[in-house]
Each structure stands twice: as structure tokens, then as C-alpha cells.
Design a protein around this ligand. Structure first.
Ligand code: GLA
Length: 695
């Protein structure tokens, strides 16, 4: 049973970052705290990677340094997001128990020397990690500075799957619990193909590199098992913390839309969703995917505020080319996270490292110290956040939701045996989100079986693995008046990776009204079009031979072998409609389709489509806080829908009244406070604005 989520102990928007005092002599800590206060920092994350210092020998603890740093921070009113320090085991543990080290898909043991060097299923790692967690909880559980527990760090960042013998044992246990008998497993995996039949659990191994394509059932179960293995470890730490400090909120920092971990399950286990976001400053469209990631973060706990726990003040150090953020870009990215429901802005990290792999990663306090641009920008943002305090605990208003389903994601990214390796769940989700973004709609994320409350449009870019229960929930949404859009290669297999009887779209057949005859993926460099409303739009990656059945054909293929066949269909059901798009489409095509769908849902859309402008409203039920963000490098002018009162509201940042026409400089933002209205404030670009961000 899940109890009500606990809240972070902080009565302001969180502001701060990862702090690694271990890397600095103690006198530097005093300067750190002075500058933190100057910058408005109220929360720091520590000691994420300090296990070897806290437990220098097995069972021998040294908390003197951590005691001093926590007390020093607290003397200055700074609270702690206290890590359980279990993100990386110490060398002594590895040398005593080399079995703790993970193995890669080729069965090669990965050496100590980086971080996260542990097998998620290792009982030895778990035993030691839980002992440290308990010791920390007992020592600091009552400390007034403790705001939040931070378990491990970015689960799955380096090691999300392990193929070692210890994992093999755990995988077999997991399979036994799922199937109970080996016969059931054989049936589910379809082991009659290629002579894969198992007589005994001990004959099963994790899907290491083999002679050819791996059994897809085995592969999918290994994905599920691996996500569960880290979840189990997470839950074990949570259990210890709940026992010792039942009132303190727990989190682990997510990595945005991460393929390897089913974040729906992780979010259910924790109190507060937190995310690490690293949009690439070199990518002028990075903010569009960021919006989707943030939509997931706020949706993982049903719309509750989440927290941006890490972002870079400027450049990172792990891309091939690490481009810094231009002046204003860090502020804008921070505001975007706030717009999407984050109750604060945190960074990696406070002081820029002098050594180690992250010495070129930007920090709030750069190598140049107080004079650094990043410190100046950090300080300025800290002051602005104080003015934004009223947005805390408010909720984002979004009427569009996008289905994220990890089983389907894993299925369509299996290493082989698919019609095409080019259809990728994440790229499709991003393409669909980008179209909604350009039309002016923020997108929430939902599970395939809902709940869909409050949403008028549900987008399903892909639901490869679909169940009857999901189809029923989606049908109920449509019957009650929703507009549902299902993308290609959906309803293909059941949750055992077996093709649904009669083929796709399986359990969605009745709702969508169509039947798929054959997949028609595009060969590399192949082109094709669909025709919609007298315009043609280019295909990407995928098309299908479908029969429209009792659905209406809205668009047809316009060229190639499928010319004249249905491409986009619509079937009315109850008070709503279910649309099926059988192809991957270019940007303009996706926008044209979603514009039609939004119109059917009674939602406004922008005539001048733009990914430079983003408008997102948060609400407390009485007032709305409408964030207007200019992601472009040119000024833009924004207009309200015709017929609105000329005064939109007051900008929380500047205190100025905002009238119906608002001009925003490059990378600028306004946060307009105004009385809540039945529909969120819908703002568009005025005619003369640029319609795309320029690079
Ligand atoms: C991740 C990690 C941090 C740090 C940053 C660098 O977010 O959690 O420890 O390595 O990346 O970008």
C-alpha cells in the first residue's frame, strides 16, 4: 500500500546544488558557505560519493568531517538533500568481494576506477549499502538541516544492466516468481522456435552476446528484471529510511526519459520526483525535448510538483564537444523547469572541480571564483527565485497527455528481429511532442491504462505491447469524449512478446476500426508522402499497409507502393474519436494532424507555429502563473487571443503590468500572475515575430 507522499522540508523554492566539500580543504568551506548565502542557496546535496571517507574500513565510521560541514551549512540556514552515499562502493569492498563488480553483455567484468561499480543484484553490495544507509539515518535523521533523503545517484547511469553470474541467479529467481513453472516460461518465451526449450531454471542465463538474435521474450524479461533489480535496491534503502526516519521524504535523481528504468515504478516508491536535466546548449531545439521530460516528471506523481535536482550552469564535460550556455540560457532553462512544475532549481555542482573527470564541467562557482560568469548568473537567478515564491506547490495545466510505456519502449528497441531498427519510441515521442509544442500545448505523460482525468487529447506515439486492459481504458477515454491518436506499430504483441491473434492493432482493433496487413518500413534513403487537406507531407522511417475497416480515411499515402491506401484514419466512438496514424511523418505533417485533433477537442492552436515561444501555466486554483518563454535568439512579440481584456496580469519577476502585446528579448521570460480562468491563457506569436529560433 502506498501512503501519502512526504514533502521536502523547505518553505521556499529550492535553490542550490551538489556540494563536494571532500575535494577541498576546510577553509574553503567557509568561503563556500559565505558565497552560497550571497547567491541565495538554501539546499545542497551531499555526500553523494563519500562512502570511502565515511566508512574508511568495513564497519568503521568517520563522520567528523560530515558533521562539521552539515553544522556549518545549517548555521547559515542551508538545508541538506542528504545522500545515502551508496552511489559508488569503496575500493575495500570491491577488493574483498570482487563479485560485486558488474559484467557487461559480453560477460566481461568491469573494473573499479570510475563510479557505480556494482552489480545491482549483489547481496554483498546491498548488505553494505543498507548498513551505511542505516548508520547515516540514525546519525542525521533528527538533524534540523535534513530536508530530503537522496538515495544513490542516477540509478542506471553507468550500470543499468548486469550479466554476471550473481545477476544470473537473481534473474532466475525473478523468472520463477513470474512464471512459477518452467513450462509456463517455455510457453511465454515461445522456446519451440530455434530449439530453445528449457528443462530447468538453472539452464537459463541472462541474454549475453550469443551466436545470433536472442529470444525476444528472454530479452524483454531481462529488461524488466534489470529495471526491477535496481528498483528493489532502491526500495530496500527506502525501507531502512522509513523505519528510522518515517517522516522524511525520499528521492532518487532521475535522468529524464531514460530507456532502461521504468520510472512509473520508481516514482511510486518515492516521495518526491527529482530530475537531472542536461539539454545540449548546442541544440537549438533541446528545450522542446526538455519540455517532454519535464512533462514526465510532473506526471509521475499525478501532477505533484517535482524538483530539478541537477542541471549544468553552463557546459558539461561528457559530450564530445561541450558547448557553454550563452548568457541568459541557464536562466531560461531554469525558468522552463519551474514553468513545468519544478519547485526549485538545483545544479551540478556548487564549486567547479580542480581535479578528476569533471574538472571542466561548469559549476555555480567557476574556477575564477566570485568573478566567474556562472557565479554572477547564479546570484542573479537566486534573487529572482525569491520573487517567484508564490508558484510553489502550484500545478501545471495541460489538456494533452502522451502515453509512455516502458514495455513497448523495450520491445521496439530490442537489438534485432524487428521489421526495422529505425523506429524508436523516444524519437517518435519527441516528434509528437514537438508538434504539440509548436501548436502551443504542453504535454503531460500518462500510463497506457490511464488515468486520463483532465485530458482532452491522448497521444500514443507507439504502444507496441498492448494489453486488453490498456485498450479498455483508452476506449473509455474516447467514449467519454476524448480524442485519442495512436501511432504506428501499436497493439502488435502481448506482454509475452507474442503477436496478438489476427495481428495488429490487437486489442485496439475495435476502437480504431482498422486492421494492419503488413509493415512497410522505409529503407534508408527511401522517401514517400501522404496527402492531407491538399498538402503532401513526407514519410519518416515507417509506413504500413492497413485496411480502414469501419474507420474514416482522413489521409492517404500519396506515392510509392502504398499510393492510394489509407495512412491516417479516424473512428468516432461515443462522444470522442480514435485516430490511427500508420506512418512516421515530418514536422509539418505531424503539426497538421495534431492541429486537426486539437480542433476536434475544442483546443486552440497557434497559426504561426513556433518552437521559439513556449507558454505554460501553473495554478493554485485562484491565480494562474503563466510562464512565457522565448527560446529563440531573436526578440519575439506575443499576442493574446482576440477578445481578451487588454491587461493580462502582473509579471512576477519585474512587477510590471503585462498588456495584451508583450515583447520578449532573446532567451527572456515573463511570469504573468492573473486570476485563474476556465482555460489556461493561450498566447501566440504576433504576425511580425520570427517563427523559428535561429541559431
Ligand atoms: C550526473 C551526475 C553528477 C554529475 C553530472 C555531470 O548528473 O549525477 O554526479 O556527474 O552528471 O553532468
Amino acid at each position: 500500500m502506498t501512503d501519502a507522499p512526504r514533502s521536502i522540508r523547505l518553505d521556499a523554492l529550492a535553490y542550490g546544488g551538489d556540494y563536494n566539500p571532500d575535494q577541498w580543504p576546510e577553509e574553503v568551506w567557509h568561503e563556500d558557505v559565505r558565497l552560497m548565502v550571497e547567491a541565495g542557496v538554501n539546499l545542497v546535496t551531499l555526500p553523494v560519493f563519500s562512502w570511502p571517507l565515511l566508512e574508511p574500513n568495513p564497519g568503521e565510521y568517520d563522520f567528523a568531517g560530515l558533521d562539521r560541514v552539515i553544522d556549518l551549512l545549517w548555521e547559515h540556514g542551508i538545508r541538506i538533500d542528504l545522500a545515502t552515499a551508496t552511489a559508488t562502493p569503496p575500493a575495500w569492498l570491491i577488493r574483498q568481494h570482487p563479485d560485486v563488480l558488474p559484467h557487461n553483455v559480453d560477460g566481461v567484468r568491469l573494473e573499479f576506477g570510475s563510479r557505480q561499480s556494482y552489480c545491482p543484484s549483489s547481496p554483498i553490495f546491498r548488505e553494505h549499502a543498507l548498513r551505511l544507509t542505516r548508520t547515516l539515518a540514525e546519525r542525521y535523521g533528527a538533524h534540523p538541516a535534513l530536508a530530503l533523503w537522496h538515495i544513490s545517484n542516477e540509478y542506471g547511469d553507468h550500470v543499468s544492466r548486469c550479466w554476471c553470474p550473481v545477476s544470473a541467479v537473481a534473474f532466475r529467481d525473478w523468472l520463477r516468481a513470474r512464471y512459477e513453472t518452467i513450462d509456463e516460461l517455455n510457453k511465454s518465451w515461445g522456446t519451440s522456435v530455434w530449439g530453445q526449450h528449457y528443462l530447468d531454471w538453472n539452464q537459463i542465463e541472462p541474454p549475453r552476446t550469443a551466436t545470433g538474435p536472442i529470444n525476444p521474450g528472454q530479452q524483454l524479461d531481462f529488461e524488466r528484471f534489470s529495471s526491477d533489480a535496481l528498483l528493489d535496491l532502491f526500495q530496500a534503502e527506502i525501507d531502512v529510511l522509513r523505519e528510522v526516519t518515517p517522516d522524511v521524504a525520499v528521492t532518487t535523481n532521475f535522468m529524464s526519459l531514460l530507456r532502461d528504468l521504468d520510472y512509473w515504478d520508481f516514482a511510486e516508491a518515492e516521495d518526491l520526483v527529482t530530475d537531472d536535466a542536461y539539454p545540449d546548449p548546442a541544440d537549438p531545439e533541446a528545450h522542446v525535448s526538455a519540455a517532454l521530460n519535464y512533462g514526465l516528471m510532473r506526471s509521475l506523481k499525478g501532477g505533484r510538483p517535482w524538483l530539478l535536482l541537477e542541471q549544468a550552469p553552463s557546459a558539461v564535460s561528457w559530450r564530445d564537444v561541450n558547448v557553454p550556455k550563452a548568457p541568459g540560457q541557464m536562466r531560461l532553462g531554469s525558468m522552463q523547469a519551474l514553468a513545468h512544475g519544478s519547485d526549485g532549481v538545483m545544479f551540478f555542482q556548487w564549486r567547479q572541480a580542480k581535479f578528476g573527470p569533471e574538472k571542466f564541467h561548469s559549476a555555480m562557482l567557476g574556477h575564477r571564483g566570485e568573478k566567474s560568469r556562472s557565479f554572477q548568473e547564479t546570484k542573479a537567478l537566486g534573487a529572482e527565485l525569491v520573487r517567484l515564491a508564490p508558484i510553489r506547490e502550484t500545478r501545471v495545466r495541460a489538456s494533452v497527455a502522451l502515453v509512455a510505456d516502458w514495455d513497448s519502449w523495450w520491445g521496439v528497441s530490442a537489438p534485432d528481429s524487428l521489421p526495422s531498427q529505425r523506429l524508436n519510441w523516444l524519437s517518435e515521442a519527441r516528434a509528437w511532442n514537438a508538434a504539440a509544442f509548436a501548436l502551443g500545448h504542453p504535454v503531460d505523460t500518462v500510463r497506457a491504462d490511464g488515468p486520463f482525468d483532465g485530458h482532452t487529447v491522448v497521444l500514443v506515439p507507439n504502444l507496441y505491447a498492448a494489453t486488453g486492459a490498456q485498450a479498455d481504458a483508452l476506449a473509455a477515454f474516447v467514449r467519454d469524449g476524448g480524442q485519442l491518436v495512436v501511432g504506428p506499430f501499436s497493439g502488435v504483441v502481448d506482454h509475452s512478446e507474442q503477436v496478438h491473434d489476427g495481428g495488429a492493432p490487437g486489442p485496439l482493433r475495435e476502437l480504431l476500426g482498422i486492421e494492419v496487413d503488413e509493415w512497410w518500413p522505409l529503407a534508408d534513403r527511401a522517401t514517400g508522402q501522404i496527402a492531407l487537406d491538399g498538402e503532401t507531407h513526407s514519410l519518416r522511417v515507417w509506413s504500413e499497409w492497413i485496411d480502414a475497416g469501419d474507420a474514416t480515411v482522413v489521409a492517404e499515402y500519396a506515392s510509392g507502393d502504398l499510393a492510394g491506401r489509407p495512412a491516417l484514419t479516424r473512428r468516432a466512438h461515443g462522444a470522442g474519436a480514435a485516430w490511427y496514424l500508420s506512418a512516421g511523418l515530418d514536422e509539418a505533417g505531424m503539426q497538421a494532424i495534431l492541429a486537426r485533433v486539437f480542433q476536434a477537442a475544442g483546443s486552440p492552436t497557434r497559426e504561426i507555429r513556433s518552437t521559439a515561444l513556449e507558454v505554460v501555466s501553473r495554478t493554485d486554483g485562484t491565480d494562474d502563473f503563466t510562464f512565457v518563454l522565448n527560446h529563440g535568439r531573436e526578440p519575439i512579440t506575443i499576442a493574446a487571443q482576440p477578445g481578451r481584456a487588454p491587461l493580462l496580469g502582473i509579471d512576477l519577476i519585474t512587477g510590471a503590468a503585462v498588456a495584451e502585446q508583450l515583447t520578449l528579448d532573446a532567451f527572456d521570460v515573463a511570469v504573468i500572475r492573473h486570476p485563474t480562468e476556465p482555460e489556461p491563457l493561450f498566447l501566440t506569436l504576433a504576425d511580425h515575430s520570427t517563427d523559428q529560433p535561429t541559431t
